[in-house]
Design a protein around this ligand. Structure first.
Ligand code: DON
Length: 564
């Protein structure tokens, strides 16, 4: 069986390399590393490191550059989460997720019959949450950076003002979404030339975006949340029936939250707490810790069954208990405890699968209370940044703010727009994630840092909507349990189950024929091959062994791994 697994993996890697330009082994350095979805954005971070910047300076430069070079997910008009580890070992997390506008309300996406209007929540001006990225990046820089913002934003300004050649991947992506981007004059102006999507080799100059970046460089957050840019945002949104106001923008603020962590086989796993779903990764690791995953072996049907059973339980809990902790009392301590995991996994049987319909959320009594992008950065001093950011769908709601040159998000669809109604990632939710003014919508983005013996041994995270959580889980298990080198931990084929729908999503090579047979014999019926893009997730990761930093670009998509 092992042979067939490796053959499948080999095929997978060959095919994915054929599709994408990423190198398999990544880059090595002892001084610093940046791994992102765009080589130009990674270079922006490298430039800042070369000037003496630390990992946070480099991360902020990379993030601003991603807004220019990878516009489907890199953004000024979206939001994200960042995990930062300082050289002294302290870990911080910054929530710069979008918020619901003040005029939003629970039923705002329901029609007169009470039925959800998915166009409104996904692709209208009403789908935009109040952007958090700019405040988040500047807050990170203020607290942990060492360089002035003008310097750190400069590479992004240059890329927007002077332009850069559109590569094959970007032009293919813009072509794929070109039809939708044609709906708005401002989006047409940004992404099309003479009515046709930008082509490979075109020099792409974005003067409006350059002006917005300059305004942020000169005036800080006021250069975005107040003044001319803020007025342009509100004018665009208002003209298209949205509800974000100048006051919403002015009062947006990112939030430092306690990162959440557990011990797992002698490692400390740190990830983002709610309104992210990093919690599920911890829950699933807790459920699986009593089992010897390495002995079961990668690709083994028993291990896959074990993981899926953990996934079903964790995603069912997500629907009931996860939401913005400022609005809903998330039972964090219980959900991350070993005791709860043990109880929740009691019904697990090796030879029987639980029907998703039968799995509900765990009982907690008397409690006291695609498109996203991930990049990882590390400096030689052990400072590390794990940052995931998004507009939600590719190119968000497809609306470019006229005169300001950036896209707006459609993050409101991450709320539960109606109890038990699936969002675009087929995730359901209830009260915990209902819409309320100024509340943050629940996210799956889970930037993660793993520490062992005071060393940040792994920095990881991924895009992929609901599959983010299981992608990060698999990278962790591959790295820690199967002891794979980073390029394999990231590159090996993945699968995904999210409780509902009761379907196993898998990449080519994830299951050998006999593994598939074993799973079918166990009762798994619904399998769906992942056929879109490079694969499930894009886990741009970094490992560190105390002297050598290794960066690995996920082979599923192009991008840049650069070492200092
Ligand atoms: O925050 C979330 O969970 C979603 N808005 C993420 C969207 C996403 O990952 C799409 N991309 N691949």
């Amino acid at each position: 069986m092992n042979h067939s697994i490796y053959f499948f993996c080999f095929l997978f890697l060959v095919f994915s390399n054929g599709l994408n330009a990423a190198s398999q082994e990544g880059a090595f350095s002892s001084k610093g590393m940046i791994v992102s979805r765009s080589s130009l954005a990674s270079d922006a971070g490298l430039e800042i490191m070369r000037q003496g910047g630390n990992a946070v300076d480099a991360a902020v430069a990379t993030a601003f550059a991603l807004a220019v070079t990878y516009p489907s997910a890199g953004n000024l008009g979206g939001g994200g989460f960042a995990l930062v580890r300082l050289p002294n070992g302290r870990i911080f997390s910054l929530d710069h997720r979008e918020t619901a506008p003040n005029a939003s309300h629970r039923d705002m996406y329901l029609d007169e019959e009470g039925e959800p209007n998915k166009h409104l929540s996904r692709s209208s001006a009403l789908s935009a949450g109040v952007p958090g990225t700019v405040d988040g990046l500047l807050t990170l820089l203020d607290r942990f950076g060492t360089m002035p913002r003008e310097k750190v934003i400069l590479p992004a300004i240059r890329l927007a003002r002077d332009g850069f050649p559109v590569d094959f991947f970007l032009s293919r992506h813009i072509k794929r979404y070109g039809k939708k981007l044609k709906d708005y004059e401002s989006s047409k102006k940004k992404f099309l030339r003479d009515g046709a999507p930008l082509s490979e080799g075109d020099l792409w100059i974005q003067p409006d975006l350059a002006k917005t970046l300059l305004s942020i460089a000169e005036n800080g957050r006021d250069g975005f949340y107040e003044g001319k840019v803020a007025k342009l945002i509100v004018a665009e949104i208002r003209a298209r029936g949205g509800i974000i106001t100048l006051k919403d923008l002015k009062s947006y603020s990112s939030v430092w939250r306690d990162p959440i962590g557990i011990d797992y086989r002698g490692n400390r796993i740190w990830t983002m707490g709610p309104p992210s779903s990093g919690l599920l990764i911890l829950q699933m690791l807790n459920m699986m810790e009593p089992f010897d995953l390495q002995k079961l072996g990668w690709g083994n049907s028993k291990l896959i069954h074990l993981m899926i059973e953990a996934e079903k339980r964790a995603y069912a809990d997500r629907a009931e208990y996860l939401g913005d902790p400022d609005f809903f009392d998330v039972p964090l301590e219980i959900l991350t405890s070993k005791k709860y995991a043990k109880k929740r996994f009691q019904g697990f049987e090796w030879d029987r699968l639980s029907e998703s319909e039968q799995i509900s959320h765990g009982e907690i009594k008397n409690r006291e209370s695609r498109e996203t992008t991930h990049f990882s950065v590390m400096g030689s001093d052990g400072m590390a940044v794990s940052l995931t950011t998004t507009l939600n769908s590719p190119y968000g709601n497809k609306i470019v703010v006229s005169g300001a040159g950036f896209l707006l998000n459609n993050e409101m669809d991450d709320f539960s727009i109606k109890s038990n109604v699936m969002n675009q990632f087929n995730l359901i939710g209830r009260e915990a994630n209902s819409i309320e003014p100024n509340k943050r919508m629940l996210s799956s983005m889970s930037p993660t840092i793993i520490v062992k013996d005071d060393l940040p041994i792994l920095v990881t995270g991924s895009p992929g909507g609901s599959t983010i959580i299981t992608t990060v889980l698999q990278v962790i298990i591959n790295f820690l349990d199967h002891k794979m080198p980073l390029q394999d931990a990231v590159g090996f084929p993945r699968f995904h189950h999210q409780w509902k729908p009761d379907t196993i999503l898998y990449e080519r090579g994830a299951f050998s024929p006999d593994t598939r047979e074993n799973l079918e014999r166990l009762g798994y019926k619904a399998f769906r091959a992942w056929t879109f893009g490079g694969g499930i997730g894009d886990a741009n990761s970094i490992s560190f062994d105390g002297s050598l930093i290794q960066g690995v670009k996920d082979p599923r998509a192009s991008g840049g791994t650069v070492g200092l």
